[in-house]
Design a protein around this ligand. Structure first.
Ligand code: HMG
Length: 384
């Protein structure tokens, strides 16, 4: 049975801050952010968007009446949960009016949550061949104003529907996985902003990639030259480039050129948005599928990394005819976002930071998205 991705979509805020402007405001050379980090724009998420509404706005475009009736499982990967008990999957089910027989859970392991969902969905669909599973990875990456992590912020959501009749990507069974209990990046319950040992996290990322990539190739009897593309979780695009360079050491010029060119296509959208944690690898996948040079049945290697830390390497093949299925994945709106100044970004950033038991209303009236977080009444979140 072929199991994989049948529908795919992405959503982020319609506001961004230019990375050159941000660098100047922080007294840094713009090329540090543009080349050294590899980011051009950073999504600015308003107080009227949270991980639930970002997910609803991404998934809303692929959940039609057929899916509303047939989805039987919702897997919501996030590390930006809005409640310690109630699952974001249940909010999403309500907002999208998905049938009440569907079950749903929230999955957390830093940026690894959506990949964990994919592996769970593979087993679920194997047992239930008619199943349609809605998966989302939805997050807001926050490190704080004027911190080293600031140029690697961002946010957004990737939504997908997996089934036994995938029209875009067939996910291959098997993976190479590594878990190590380390403190490279974490966010204690009382904080909205992550704590990070940035250089250490970047070294661990490469080490996890090298180990899982080599282990996978050995298990499946594959060589690097068998891959048509290698893509990565992209907290910032230079991170993926560094890991790829490590993986391609000793390969022929032809193999290096092919895989660097495909990587270049796979980082384009991430460079325009920033880190969206759980969704980042899959935004890179959309970028590759839309902008790369892929043919039917091509083999893609995917490296997922979630701090704390878990890393996984797995593979997928493009489904014959995938290019026509991709016509429904619209990314053109990214070019129509509004630029905000650094001081506007700082104001918007600060407006979403408070934890409170008081009633409040967000700036939802200015938000043109379909799904919005309106505020809190009697300690309950109100969505529109
Ligand atoms: P930093 O210390 O400000 O930057 O923090 P730097 O001094 O290391 O410079 C960055 C790069 O810019 C360097 O290149 C410089 O040489 C270069 P590199 O040596 O790394 O190749 N540079 C320049 N290039 C061109 N022109 C110039 C120039 N000046 C300098 N003029 C850091 C950078 C990424 C550490 C920081 O932003 C950070 O801590 N970010 C957050 C942590 C992170 O993203 N870690 C990635 C791995 S962990 C992960 O992926 C998981 C995560 O997504 C969370 C989750 O799982 O939930 C984060």
């Amino acid at each position: 049975m072929d199991i994989g991705i049948d529908k795919l979509n992405f959503f982020t805020s319609d506001m961004y801050v230019d990375m050159g402007d941000l660098a100047e405001a922080r007294n840094e050379d713009p090329n540090k952010y543009l080349i050294g980090i590899g980011q051009k724009k950073q999504a600015v998420i308003s107080s009227s968007q949270d991980s639930v509404t970002l997910a609803a706005n991404a998934a809303g475009k692929i959940v039609d009446d057929f899916e509303r009736k047939n989805i039987d499982l919702i897997l919501f990967g996030t590390e930006s949960g809005v409640d310690s008990s109630k699952s974001a999957a249940v909010y999403l089910q309500g907002l999208l009016k998905i049938n009440p027989q569907a079950s749903g859970v929230e999955l957390k392991q830093a940026c690894f949550g959506l990949t964990a969902g994919i592996q769970l969905a593979m087993g679920h669909i194997m047992m239930n061949p008619n199943s349609r599973v809605l998966l989302v990875g939805s997050d807001i990456a926050r490190y704080g104003i004027n911190t080293a992590g600031e140029p690697t912020q961002g946010g957004g959501s990737v939504a997908m529907i997996m089934s036994a009749k995938p029209s875009i990507l067939k996910i291959n069974p098997g993976n190479a996985h590594l878990t190590k209990d380390i403190m490279d990046f974490w966010r204690p319950l009382y904080r909205k902003e992550a704590l990070v040992d940035g250089k250490y996290s970047s070294r661990e990322f490469i080490d996890f990639f090298d180990q899982t990539f080599n282990e996978y190739k050995e298990r499946e009897n594959l060589s690097t030259s068998d891959f048509d593309a290698l893509i990565f979780h992209l907290p910032y695009t230079k991170m993926g480039l560094k890991a790829l360079k490590s993986g391609l050491q000793g390969e022929s010029e032809e193999v290096q050129k092919r895989l660097f060119d495909q990587f270049d296509a796979s980082k384009q959208l991430n460079a325009e948005v920033g880190n969206l944690y759980t969704g980042s690898l899959y935004l890179s996948l959309i970028s590759l599928l839309k902008k790369g040079k892929l043919q039917d049945n091509d083999l893609i290697g995917l490296f997922s990394y979630g701090s704390g830390a878990e890393g996984e390497f797995f593979t997928a093949n493009t489904v014959p005819g995938f290019k026509s299925a991709l016509e429904n994945v619209d990314i053109s709106w990214l070019d129509n976002r509004s630029q905000v100044s650094v001081s506007e970004y700082e104001d918007i950033y600060k407006s979403s930071l408070e934890f409170t038991d008081r009633d409040f209303v967000t700036e939802f009236k200015q938000d043109k998205s379909e799904f919005k977080f309106m505020g809190q009444t009697n300690q309950q979140r109100i969505y529109k």
